[in-house]
Design a protein. Structure first.
Length: 118
């Protein structure tokens, strides 16, 4: 089993930045793939970013590429999401996810709230 715990959410003004962190524990060798998802009220969960292996492979939806940056430090079992130029529409609960392979998200964190005020 893998436990994932997010932190770093909060309230920020539009145009500001936030850095989310995800701490992994347990069988972290089962988290070749790690990613971020978000869910806004009344909307479906949305893919935000993914990173594989040691961090050499990263993926973003076109809508977020350039503003969000995913990274990981396997020596610390940590993953990060740097979010810049935040917009009110980025307001959501952000979830950390992990899995043994791309798109096999077996583990999820409890989420951290990000609120962007206009």
């Amino acid at each position: 089993q893998v436990q994932l715990v997010e932190s770093g959410g909060g309230l920020v003004q539009a145009g500001g930045s936030l850095r989310l962190s995800c701490a992994a524990s347990g069988r972290t060798d089962s988290t070749y793939a790690m990613g971020w998802f978000r869910q806004a009220p009344g909307k479906e969960r949305e893919f935000v970013a993914a990173i594989y292996g040691g961090g050499g492979y990263t993926y973003y939806p076109d809508s977020l590429r350039g503003r969000f940056t995913i990274s990981r430090d396997n020596t610390k079992s940590m993953m990060y999401l740097e979010m810049n130029s935040l917009k009110p529409e980025d307001t959501a609960i952000y979830y950390c996810a992990g899995g043994i392979a791309p798109n096999l998200w077996s583990y999820w964190g409890q989420g951290t709230q990000v609120t962007v005020s206009s």
